[in-house]
Structure formats: C-alpha cells, structure tokens
Ligand binder design. Structure first.
Ligand code: BGC
Length: 766
C-alpha cells in the first residue's frame, strides 16, 4: 500500500474516533444550541455567572491607572478602571473563568493575549470582545472611518449602509473583536442631546430601515464564521427624547408613544435576528431601563420572542443604587437588573459575587442564570470562537482601510451630504480664486464621535479635498485661523475678510467637534449636550465677517446635529450640511462643490429655527401649530426630507391600482419621476401617509416608504410602493394595531414639504 495513503487512513480514523469521544460542546459538527446546552451542564455556578461579566481591556485599565489619581477614579465612572482591582490581577480572574467578555480592546495582540488566558481556564471558554464600531471600527487605529450614522441616514441608501457594515465586521474580526454595540436606533427628537449624530435621525420608519440594514451587514444572518460579528440594538428605550436634552436624564413618555414611536425600530431589529440588546441609561416612566421588567421580559422576550442576550450600559446597574435610588445597595441593584431580564454586566467586579449569592439565597433561580448564559455561549459557538479565538495580528493592517472599504466610505459621504441652499452659486466653475477658512476646514472633526485618533494620511480634510479635486486653473487660498471651535480668535477675522475680498468665492467651514479624544475641544458627542443649538462661540461672527466682504459665500457645516442659525439661511449664498462625512469626507464635499458629484442627500431630521422651537418634528400632531410664537416665525428652517440637487426632478400625478380597499387588502401606488434637468442625478422618492380621520389623533404625515433612484438627464422612471394594511394601521383607542376604515391621503415627492408632495386619496371600506 502507498505509504502516504496509509498514513492518511490512520489519521482520518483517529480523527473520527476522537470526534465521537469529544464532549458534545467541543464537537463542531453539532449545532451551537446543542453545544451550549452540553457546556452548561458542565459549568459551576461561578463559571456561569462569570460568562455574564464584562470588563474593560487590561491595557485600557493600565492607561487609566497611569494617568488618573485615586480621587479622579472614584469621582466618576467614565474611565474604566476599578478601585481595589489592579490590572495585574486580571489574568487570574480570566483564568478562573470569572470573565466572559471584554470591551475597549483596541489591539489584536491584546485580544489574543486575553483569549490565551481564557483558554487556560477550566472550561477554556473563549471571550466575546465587544467594541463601539458605530461607523467603522473607529476606536482602532487605522480603521476605515465611514460617515456618521446621521450622515448615513441622509443617504437613504440601505445597500450602502449594509455594505459599510459588512466591511466593518471584517475589520473588527481582523482585530479580534466579534461584537459591536451598534446600531443605535434611538429616535432622536431633541437636538440638544449630544448623541444625535450617532443615530439615524427622528423618524421611526427611516431609523427602523437603517437599523435593519446595519444588522444585516454585521450579522449576515446567523453570524456563523469568522467574518461576521454580533450586532447590538441600543439603547432600549427612548433615550433620544430626554428631558433637558441631557444624556441619561429621565424619559416620561406615554405607552402609546413608546409603542408607535420608540418600539418599532427595536421590534424590527428582533425580527432581523439581532442577537443582543443594550438597556438605556435613562429611566422610562419612573422605572430605570436597567430594572425594567416590562421592557426586557414582557415586551422583548415574551411579546417579541427575542432569543439573544441583553447587556447593561456602562455601569448602569451600579446606578440603580448610586443614582436612581431604586435599589438599597449593589446586591439589590443586581437583583433588580437580572430579574428584569439583563444578562450581562458592563462592566467590572461588582456583579459576580452579589449574583452568585442571590442564587445561593434562592432569590434568583439557576434557571434564570442558565437562560442568561445560554445565548452568550451560543453566540461564541456561532462566531467560531471555540475553534479559533486567536487572530493573525500581523494581517490586520492589510485588511483595514483597504481600497474597497475606502470606496464605500467615500460613496456614502457623497450620498449623505445635503445641499440646503444654493442661490445659483454651486457648482463652482473652474478657474476661480477660492478663499477657504473656518475651524473645521482643515481638521479631523469630519470623522465624528466614537473615533480615536487616526493616521493623518488616512484623512482627507475639506481643504485637502478642495485642493485635490480643483482643476489646475482654480486656486485655493486657505487661511488657517486655528482648528478649534472654542478658541477662535475674532481678531483674526479682519485679515480673513480682507483675503476673502480678494477671492471670487469664499468657503467657510464651521460646525461642531465630536472627537472623543479631544476632551477640551468637544462641542458634541456622548455626554456633550447643549442648551442652545446655534453655531458655537464666535463662528457666526466669522461667517458674517466673510460675508460682509461682499464675496459670494458658501457655508459648509461639519456638525453632528441640527443647527438652528436663521442668519445663515437668510444671508449666505449656499449652505451645505455635510454632517460628519467620515475620513474621506473632504473629497466627497469637494466633488459636490465642483460639480463632479450631484448632491443627493436628504435630511433625516428637522432643522428648527431655535432651541425654543423644540420639539420640532415633521410627524407632529394636527394641533401642534395652530397657535404661533409672538417673537419669531414658527416655521422650521428646513424640513425632514429636504435636500437640493443640481438637477431637477418632476413627479407625475400618482395613481393607485385600487383606490377603494377593505381593511385587510393592499393596493399599489405608482408615480413617474423624471429628471427634467440637464445632468444625471440621484433622487430619494419619499412616500408619506395621512389618516384623514382617526379615533385617536395621528401625525399630519408619516413616512412609509422611500426609494433612492438614479436618473440620467431627461430620463423617467416609474416607481411603485405597496400600500399594505401595515402601512395604514395604528394603535387604536383600545391599543389594538389595526386599520380604521375611512380615507387616507397618500403623498409622494422629494421631501416632507407640502409643496414637494403629490397627493392621492385612498378609501378604506369597513
Ligand atoms: C454608551 C454606550 C456604549 C458603551 C460602551 C456607554 O457610555 O452609552 O452606547 O456602547 O458606553 O462604550
């Protein structure tokens, strides 16, 4: 017999014998569910509870230990280090099986080291490593930084958002992380709130669609394998409408609003298979989300059938005692959280012992612990971690920020930037002298929040983009008056205005700064709320000085939430809301300014006139604007869905396949959209409904569909929308989800503005 063949035979027989003698949980041929069940039977109570414990990475703790005093550490919980637990003790905790997960691990070598410790534990259960990869894996150096979620939402392009998240998953896995705390599907109804930029805006339907696209991209179904990651629907629920606009402050919201406005994106996330949830910092109607049984047991598991696991937000179980005062002490806090339905503690040592004791005392059943741990183990099996937890740390840099990923980031920026005003100034013709200034013109704020410092060469600032895209005959004169919004010096404005005067066009780049590594300079981002929502500091004075020079002025906003500055709208010649277009945003912006790309982004959020005009949402109730303000116009500056183009789109009268239907029937709306201008462009066709008479009041408009299309000059396309019972239904007087007979106005067009919408009536017979 051929020796090689014989050797092969022996090997495969041995493999077969050892596969059958393997413990079930070690057998990769069995399902993740079967393996998890088997493993659970072999674990001690402490090992099980260990799986429910998350910690920040050892390097993160070490950094905090190095830079923080004991007092600083004890005065806040934002830094991620533990009083009484030195980083040197961590390896042993992991080896004892008392940690199941980490977050804030930003180096694949560290991830490998942590997994190595875990493999030395009695059961050798790998760790699941989570990170905030909100728009790219931005906390890791060298990642692709995609546009912020609000910018993504402005593209209304679900395919691109899905693709960006497929790529994010690949970059994460290359760095040893398998779980991202995204999508943030909070409904952002208060622009004072610092986190608006990391949401998909104010509309339940758009947020739901975006959330599903993110989940589909990250998890790609079952997340089996080593290229996909676990997604996380957060924050459950209603934190996007906090009183005062301050992060973490209470939410008092009716059950009706919870059900119709805040729950739907989360329900859709569950239907899309999202495998983890995060509780919101805030209380909901008097009960902190972290102790809210109604939310996490009744709604999430019992009504919606969620089968994954729930993680707490940063130290929020501790806050049940320390802040909300609903628990006497940490043990009671842990009891309330686990009893409510939370399965994992973010983060630190104050969880394992209290929970083990609660089980020993019989207050929490071991069945509850098994129910919490099983999905955590299932996730680890599906992610392939039991077979391979280590990554090739040297390969990560080739995978990150590769040419394909850059292309997606750039395309999303092109499609997400919104042109708000254009008095025939844009696009700029070649051969002009262009003056550029402003604090955000040449800095990195265009990356947005949830990003640590990135290599200079990976970022294209606005100035760099303009220089790269401008034709040789165009000159760019950049005046650097400092890159910090907060410390702008008005003395420099005089010189800036003089230089602007000598130019054909001026571009002023202002806005906000959400860079979390720039602690002093930040004016937006997590925990950075504002009591006003106009341009911060001296920025308006800068724009006014440049405008007074008489040179036609373009204002570019690099910012993360609606900015209420009526003067800009009334005075400047062109206004671009670029949001936070990501690391390549400067190029996309320049392509739009010079007309190489036709602007096509549409606002996913209303822009109010002032902070006093809040709440400003397009889907308000019929009585909201019956009365007017005496001291200011009542109208918003810009409406939801607004966004200009260099070409023009016209809409035919919509038609219906059936204009009279019964409550359980569907119909189809058709409309023909024509690009009547002379250049190709994208349009976002939006469908809204109004229930003309309903027993419970309904919004004056509700977005129910959208399609992004590309049309060449003079090209037309027929667009259809299916109008199903779900499109028309609402929660009636008895809180039943149903279609009430009567008439509905269906509206289709290029924004939520009345003047942009074509209407047709649909009758629903009893
Ligand atoms: C935020 C979460 C985030 C977590 C971990 C918290 O402060 O609210 O959204 O996922 O930190 O970084």
């Amino acid at each position: 017999m051929n020796k090689i063949f014989f050797a092969g035979l022996v090997c495969s027989c041995t493999a077969l014998t050892s596969a059958t003698s393997l413990a079930d949980y070690k057998n990769p041929l069995l399902s993740a569910e079967m393996r998890a069940e088997d493993l659970l039977t072999r674990m001690t109570l402490t090992e099980k509870v260990g799986q429910m414990c998350q910690y920040v990475g050892i390097e993160h703790i070490k950094k905090s230990e190095k830079y923080l005093t004991l007092e600083e550490m004890q005065s806040g919980d934002a830094h991620g280090m533990y009083p009484n637990l030195h980083s040197s003790k961590m390896p042993d905790l992991i080896r004892r099986g008392e940690i199941g997960s980490f977050l804030h691990v930003v180096d694949p070598k560290e991830a490998n080291q942590l997994q190595q410790y875990a493999s030395e534990s009695r059961m050798g259960i790998p760790l699941i490593i989570g990170i905030d990869a909100i728009h790219g894996n931005g906390l890791v150096n060298g990642s692709t930084i995609y546009p912020s979620p609000l910018t993504m939402a402005s593209s209304w392009n679900l395919d691109l958002v899905r693709q960006a998240n497929i790529e994010t998953a690949i970059e994460m896995r290359a760095n040893g992380a398998q779980w991202t705390f995204t999508p943030n599907i909070d409904i952002a109804r208060d622009p004072r709130w610092g986190r608006v930029g990391e949401t998909f805006g104010e509309d339940t339907f758009l947020v739901s669609e975006m959330g599903v696209a993110v989940i589909e991209g990250l998890q790609q179904g079952d997340f089996i394998g080593d290229q996909k990651v676990l997604a996380n629907a957060k924050h459950f629920v209603a934190g996007g409408e906090p009183i005062n606009g301050l992060n973490l402050s209470p939410m008092d919201v009716s059950l009706r609003s919870l059900k119709q406005d805040h729950f739907p994106p989360f329900k859709r996330a569950v239907d899309a298979g999202v495998f983890s949830f995060m509780a919101a910092h805030n209380e909901v109607n008097g009960v902190p989300a972290h102790a809210n049984r109604f939310l996490f047991t009744e709604v999430l598991r019992e009504d919606w059938g969620f089968e994954g696991f729930v993680v707490s937000d940063w130290m929020d179980i501790e806050r049940l005692n320390g802040l909300h005062r609903v628990a006497e002490n940490q043990t009671e806090a842990v009891y309330q959280a686990v009893d409510a339905g939370l399965d994992m503690h973010m983060h630190g040592p104050n969880f394992l012992k209290p929970l083990v004791n609660l089980v020993k005392q019989g207050r929490i059943s071991e069945a509850r612990i098994n129910a919490a741990v099983k999905p955590i183990l299932i996730a680890k099996f599906r992610l392939g971690l039991f077979e391979k937890a280590q990554v090739n740390a040297d390969a990560a840099s080739d995978i990150m920020f590769n040419a394909n990923h850059q292309q997606t980031a750039l395309e999303l920026a092109r499609q997400g930037i919104v042109l708000l005003k254009n008095d025939q100034l844009l696009p700029l013709a070649a051969g002009q002298k262009i003056f550029v200034t402003g604090p955000n013109a040449n800095n990195h704020t265009l990356m947005g929040d949830w990003v640590f410092k990135q290599p200079e060469e990976n970022i294209i600032t606005v100035v760099e983009g303009l220089k790269a895209v401008a034709k040789p005959s165009t000159s760019i004169d950049y005046f650097d008056l400092g890159e910090q919004i907060k410390t702008l010096d008005p003395k420099l404005f005089v010189e800036a205005a003089e230089r602007a005067k000598a130019a054909d066009v001026a571009i002023v780049v202002v806005g906000s700064n959400a860079l979390r590594y720039d602690r002093k300079g930040k004016t937006a981002g997590e925990n950075v709320a504002r009591s006003t929502i106009n341009l911060y500091g001296e920025q308006l004075a800068l724009v006014q000085a440049i405008h007074a020079s008489g040179t036609p002025t373009v204002v570019v906003l690099i910012n993360s939430r609606p900015l209420a500055e009526p003067w800009l709208v009334d005075n400047v010649d062109a206004l671009i809301e670029a949001w936070e277009p990501g690391a390549l945003g400067g190029q996309a912006l320049a392509e739009i300014i010079f007309g190489e790309v036709n602007p096509s982004g549409k606002l996913p959020i209303t822009i109010p006139r002032s902070v006093g005009h809040l709440q400003a949402i397009y889907n308000h109730k019929p009585s909201t604007y019956v009365r007017r303000y005496v001291d200011a116009p009542t109208k918003n500056l810009y409406e939801f869905g607004d966004g200009l183009s260099y070409t023009e789109f016209t809409y035919s009268r919509p038609t219906l396949s059936a204009s009279r239907i019964t409550e359980d029937e569907s119909t189809r709306l058709s409309v023909t959209v024509t690009n009547s201008g002379d250049r190709a462009g994208d349009e976002v066709v939006q469908l809204y409904i109004r229930d003309n008479v309903s027993r419970v009041t309904r919004p004056v408009k509700e977005l129910k569909g959208f399609q992004r299309i590309h049309l060449k000059a003079k090209q037309s396309q027929k667009i259809t929308f299916d109008i199903t019972p779900d499109t028309l239904a609402y929660y009636d007087l008895d809180m039943n989800w149903r279609v009430e007979p009567g008439t509905f106005t269906l509206m289709v067009g290029s924004s939520s503005r009345k003047s942009d919408l074509k209407k047709i009536t649909l009758k629903v017979k009893p």
